[in-house]
Ligand binder design. Structure first.
Ligand code: SF4
Ligand code: FES
Length: 241
């Protein structure tokens, strides 16, 4: 007989009042097709208004509800409850990030690293009247990278991020390569400069955690390796001058 309820075991922590994180357990009644985010919203509405978490689009687009669910990086809105049963559903905030409250983590270091790679099209030429045309073939080259929703799962999973606060992290590298590989972009030189240093791509030890963690199934490691190759080619061009 199908289960009509699920146990949610959620890590709680309010740095203003708690000395250490702890777990609170909730019994959630199940409806057909429920996701983990539906369960969290039910807890918030019906059992505990003090529970803190982020969510917005409910459609795996905004990246705001990435969490560590039953030992894996997942988007709560994109994780069905039934396949996780009969185990209890254990939820932690993104690991190795400062906890603001409960499942809400401080995203400032992530956004600071992201800004440093200039995540926008750089093209000093006068904009054409209609659009900067990109052929379907050129667009295909960056297709996979455009799926990134900036959820920070890869960033949270990366051992180099844990040990080096200056390390830019996988999502910033992925985005840098998204523009370096964009046929309309002319900012390659400054972007490669922003990532081609000791706290940049060369600090990556190719652990593959980022690729494993990505809920959008992006091969993040491949982009980092491609960026390393571009960095070497740029350096060779410089020495050949
Ligand atoms: Fe999230 Fe994947 Fe983008 Fe990293 S690459 S921020 S895991 S969507
Ligand atoms: Fe936007 Fe889940 S709520 S990705």
């Amino acid at each position: 007989m199908p289960q009509d309820s699920a146990i949610f075991k959620i890590q709680r922590y309010d740095p203003e009042v708690d000395t250490l994180p702890y777990f609170t357990t909730y019994n959630v009644s199940l409806r057909k097709g429920m996701t983990v985010l539906d369960g969290l919203l039910d807890i918030l509405d019906q059992q505990d208004g003090s529970l803190a978490f982020r969510a917005s689009c409910r459609g795996a687009v905004c990246g705001s509800d990435s969490m560590y669910i039953n030992g894996a990086f997942r988007l709560a809105c994109n994780t069905a409850i039934v396949p996780l049963l009969p185990r209890e559903i254990t939820i932690n905030p993104l690991p190795y990030m400062r906890i603001v409250k409960d499942l809400v983590v401080d995203m400032d270091p992530f956004w600071t690293a992201y800004e440093r790679i200039k995540p926008y099209l750089i093209n000093p030429e006068t904009a054409p009247e209609r659009e900067r045309y990109q052929s379907p073939k050129d667009r295909k080259h960056i297709d996979e990278m455009l799926d990134c929703i900036l959820c920070a799962s890869c960033y949270s999973s990366c051992p180099m991020v844990w040990s080096d606060s200056e390390f830019l992290g996988p999502a910033a590298f992925l985005k840098a390569y998204r523009f370096v590989g964009d046929s309309r972009d002319q900012g390659q030189r400054e972007r490669i400069k922003a990532v081609g240093h000791e706290n940049g791509v060369w600090r990556c030890h190719t652990v593959f955690n980022c690729t494993e963690a990505c809920p959008k199934k992006i091969n993040v490691t491949w982009s980092i390796e491609a960026l390393k190759r571009r960095s070497i080619v740029n350096r060779l061009k410089f020495w050949q001058r």
